[in-house]
Ligand binder design. Structure first.
Ligand code: DQA
Length: 143
């Protein structure tokens, strides 16, 4: 399968930012782990991170043209307020899983709202970096 992992703002700062919440492993570690898993299972995986809303939207639109079959997205803080990102996700009929490393429901109230989750297939929350792998398993398993 052709898969796309999208990470939003500040996720490139994994291992640097708020380690008590997001852990000690850095962004490079996450990407390597996902690439290895995809390779072992025979999937083609593209990974993209942007601190800019438009960068993520461009990538979602590009996925439409390039035949991406599954999207795993951690929109970071855009989750909570980006209607533009939500509209981009809603525009493509590709299965999409929203991932959050932390349990957003245990945190500040503004994190309890996701404007993007209603246009995703499902959501994995609070299971650390493992959440990305679980999302990949869901997208690639034969249903
Ligand atoms: C996050 C949760 C968001 O509230 C936060 O803004 C992030 C990371 C997570 O993975 O837990 O940047 O999406």
């Amino acid at each position: 399968m052709k898969l796309l992992v999208l990470n939003g703002p500040n996720l490139n700062f994994l291992g640097i930012r708020e380690k008590g919440i997001y852990g000690n492993q850095d962004y490079a570690y996450l990407i390597e782990r996902l690439q290895k898993k995809a390779e072992a299972e025979g999937h083609e995986l593209e990974v993209f991170q942007s601190n800019y809303e438009g960068g993520l939207i461009d990538k979602i639109q590009e996925a439409y043209y390039t035949g991406v079959e599954g999207i795993i997205i951690n929109p970071g803080a855009f989750t909570h307020y980006s209607y533009a990102l939500r509209d981009a996700l809603a525009s493509v009929e590709i299965p999409k899983i929203e991932v959050h490393i932390s349990n957003v429901h245990k945190r500040e109230e503004f994190r309890h709202v996701s404007v993007t989750a209603p246009v995703c297939t499902g959501q994995v929350v609070g299971l650390g970096l493992k959440g990305y792998e679980l999302a990949m398993d869901y997208l690639t398993e034969k249903k």
